[in-house]
Design a protein around this ligand. Structure first.
Ligand SMILES: Cc1cc2nc3c(=O)[nH]c(=O)nc-3n(C[C@H](O)[C@H](O)[C@H](O)COP(=O)(O)O)c2cc1C
Length: 272
């Protein structure tokens, strides 16, 4: 991720704007004020050079123009407009998890819209129950790094007892403002029953406390056991809701941060 402050981002946009203006002026100068080679036959009655003549951009000038574009725009583009990076955290450890399948679908869509993606499969992490006296254990550092590297994070959780899973909660407790402040977050909930909204509503509340920017669209999949066949959604509309979540994580990856929530300013003690 290109970890840029909003001010640096504005500066970069300004740089790109200036580069584009310079480029346009440069090419304009080459095309308008230089003498042209005329493609018209000499007896066409029009001058062989000057304003009345159809301009032909010579190969040398074209190469010069493209070189200028490369010189001016490529560095600022790489710095300011790198592909967004989306991390998806799966909150189920079950081998045949529907949450993991749905999350994969959202991440595939994010990739289709130009993002690089990381799948955080917590089965592969050593993360004991969070103990504030022992924060730097197991794969805590890896998890934090992967979250920090993301412009957007998808939190995908099964519904457990009307809320999200303890696996997600444990991962969140290893994280904090450093991982989530001003990060775009997409919420995905999967439930065995028909009323899955508690999962994403509770996660939305937690994300506000962390000053994350939570995407308004949220995807919930009820009656999970009848929604998938061979690792694919059976219902196109459901697949579409999840896909849109993936797409939004790319679209809003670099949205300007909102002011911090009042809740977050009272959310002290995380690092005491
Ligand atoms: C401890 C536990 C609590 C659950 N609580 C609920 C619940 O409150 N509502 C519900 O609809 N499903 C509940 N379920 C069912 C899960 O949401 C469902 O099995 C889901 O598919 C699990 O996600 P997974 O397939 O990714 O593991 C619960 C499952 C477990 C294991």
């Amino acid at each position: 991720m290109v970890d840029m402050e909003p001010q640096a981002e504005r500066y970069c946009r300004l740089l790109i704007g200036l580069s584009l203006t310079l480029l346009t002026l440069g090419i304009g100068y080459l095309v308008v004020f230089q003498h042209y080679t005329c493609e018209l036959p000499s007896d066409c009655g029009r001058p062989r050079s000057g304003v009345g003549c159809f301009p032909v951009l010579s190969r040398e000038r074209l190469v010069l123009g493209l070189t200028l574009q490369w010189l001016f725009l490529t560095p600022s583009r790489t710095q300011c407009m790198s592909d967004p990076h989306v991390a998806g955290l799966c909150g189920s450890l079950r081998d045949a998890s529907y949450t993991r399948v749905a999350l994969g679908h959202a991440l595939d869509e994010a990739a289709a819209f130009g993002a690089t993606t990381t799948r955080i499969d917590l089965r592969e992490y050593e993360l004991p129950m969070f103990d504030p006296d022992n924060r730097d254990v197991g794969d805590a550092d890896r998890l934090q790094r992967e979250l920090r590297d993301a412009d957007s994070v998808i939190l995908a959780s099964p519904m457990y007892h009307g809320s999200y899973s303890g696996v997600v909660k444990n991962a969140l407790d290893y994280s904090g403002f450093d991982e989530f402040e001003n990060t775009t977050v997409g919420l995905l909930g999967i439930a065995g029953g028909g009323f899955p909204t508690g999962t994403v509503e509770h996660l939305r509340s937690v994300c506000r406390a962390l000053n994350a920017w939570v995407i308004p669209h949220q995807a919930v999949v009820p009656n999970a056991s009848s929604q998938f066949e061979g690792g694919e959604f059976v219902d196109e509309k459901m697949a579409d809701r999840v896909a849109v979540l993936g797409k939004r994580t790319v679209e809003y990856a670099n949205i300007e941060p909102d002011p911090p929530s009042f809740r977050s300013s009272e959310n002290v003690g995380g690092t005491d």
